[in-house]
Design a protein around this ligand. Structure first.
Ligand code: ATP
Length: 323
C-alpha cells in the first residue's frame, strides 16, 4: 500500500496492490442444469501459486478505468480481456463503489499471469483482487465475509479467489467450506494458446449426457478420500482420485488436449486433469523436484509448462513494490 502525500491529504492510500490466485479443480462433479440455467456442482478448489495482480490507483474524477498487461511464461491472449465495463475487475470496483461512501475515481492495472479463458478463474481472481484493493483504497472497511457476499454477485468463483487455500465448493461453487491441507502439492500447468467458453463446455456436457443416456448426479458429492489425501499432502494417493466431469466435453471441443494429457503421463506425471472448463491441463507431481523435471520434459517436447504449488493464499495486499 502506498500512502504518498496526495493520499495522506485525502486521508487514505493513493495506490493499493493486491495479489489473488488462480485455481484448479482437483475434483469437479456437475449436476443437471437448474431452472436458472446454472449447474449445481461439488468441487474441491485448490488455489495455486500463479497470481493475478491488480493495482488500484486513485484518479481525479469519477469512474473506473482499466489496463491489462501480461507477465510470466504462459501464453496469454490478452486481446480477449475486455477493457470496458464488462471487465470483471471493473464490475467489482463499480459494485463496491455503490456501497462505499469514500469511493473515488480509480484506475485498475491488471498484471495477468493466469491463462485467459483457461479454466483457472483468472477473471474471478481479478475481481477478488479489485474488491480488496478498492476496499483498502477507499477505507470502506468491509470484512472478508462482507466482501465474499459482494463477490458472489460477480461470479461463482470470485469468493474462492478471496479465500484461497483449499475448499469444498457446493451450490454453483460459492458455498465454500475451507479444507485442511497444510502440505503443499506440486503441479505442472500446460496452458493452451486458445480459450474455451465455460458456458459452451457446460452445454456440451448436458448434450453428451442426453446423447449417451447418462444420468447427471442430482446432488453431486465429493469423495472424502480426496480430502484425506489432500490433508496428508499424499500426491500418489490423490492421483487416481482426480476427477472432472467437464473433461469429456472439453476434450470434444479441443481434441488436442488428449495428446497433452498423454504427453504428461509419458513424461512421468502421477496424473493429469483438465482444469475446470479447460483448456489448461494440470499434472500432479510427486515433489517440487519432480515438478521441475516434468516441466523441463514437457518443454523439451515443445509445450509451454510451468510448475506451481498449492494451496496458495487468497487475495492479499502486497505491501512492497517487489511484492
Ligand atoms: P471461468 O471463471 O468462467 O471458468 P475462465 O477461468 O475459463 O473462466 P477467465 O480468464 O476468467 O476464464 O475469463 C473468461 C472470460 O471472461 C474471458 O473470455 C473474457 O471475455 C471475460 N473477462 C472479463 N473480465 C476478465 C478479466 N479481468 N480477465 C480475463 N477475462 C475476463
Amino acid at each position: 500500500m502506498e500512502s504518498g502525500r496526495a493520499g495522506q491529504l485525502r486521508g487514505g492510500p493513493r495506490r493499493v496492490r493486491v495479489r489473488a490466485p488462480g485455481k484448479i479443480n482437483v475434483s469437479l462433479r456437475v449436476g443437471p442444469p437448474r431452472e436458472d440455467g446454472y449447474h449445481g456442482i461439488a468441487s474441491v478448489f485448490l488455489a495455486v501459486s500463479l497470481y493475478e495482480e491488480v493495482t488500484a490507483t486513485r484518479v481525479d474524477g469519477d469512474g473506473v478505468t482499466v489496463s491489462v498487461n501480461g507477465q510470466g511464461t504462459l501464453n496469454l491472449p490478452l486481446g480477449a480481456v475486455p477493457l470496458d465495463a464488462t471487465n470483471l475487475a471493473v464490475r467489482a470496483a463499480r459494485l463496491l463503489a455503490e456501497v462505499s461512501p469514500g469511493s473515488t475515481g480509480v484506475h485498475l492495472d491488471i498484471t495477468k499471469r493466469v491463462p485467459v479463458s483457461g479454466g483457472m478463474g483468472g477473471g474471478s481472481a481479478d475481481a477478488a483482487a479489485a474488491l480488496l484493493a478498492c476496499d483498502a483504497l477507499w477505507g470502506s472497511g468491509f470484512s472478508r465475509d462482507e466482501l465474499a457476499k459482494i463477490a458472489v454477485s460477480l461470479g461463482a468463483d470470485v469468493p474462492f479467489a478471496l479465500l484461497g487455500g483449499t475448499a469444498v465448493g457446493l451450490g454453483v461453487g460459492e458455498q465454500l467450506t475451507p479444507a485442511i491441507s497444510k502440505t503443499p502439492l506440486h503441479w505442472v500447468l500446460v496452458p493452451a494458446d486458445y480459450g474455451l467458453s465455460t458456458p459452451q463446455v457446460y452445454r456440451l456436457l448436458d448434450e453428451i449426457r442426453l446423447r449417451t443416456g447418462t444420468q447427471a448426479p442430482l446432488q453431486p458429492e465429493i469423495d472424502p478420500a480426496i480430502l484425506g489425501a489432500m490433508r496428508a499432502g499424499d500426491a500418489p494417493a490423490l492421483a487416481p482420485l482426480l476427477h472432472n466431469d467437464l473433461q469429456e466435453p472439453a476434450l470434444e471441443l479441443a481434441p488436442g488436449l488428449g495428446d497433452i494429457l498423454e504427453a504428461g503421463t509419458k513424461a512421468g506425471a502421477l496424473a493429469g486433469i483438465v482444469s475446470g472448463s479447460g483448456p489448461t491441463v494440470a499434472f500432479l507431481a510427486r515433489s517440487p523436484r519432480h515438478a521441475v523435471e516434468l516441466e523441463s520434459r514437457l518443454e523439451a517436447a515443445g509445450m509451454t509448462a510451468t510448475a506451481v504449488h498449492g494451496p496458495a493464499h487468497g487475495a492479499r495486499i502486497a505491501s512492497d513494490p517487489a511484492g
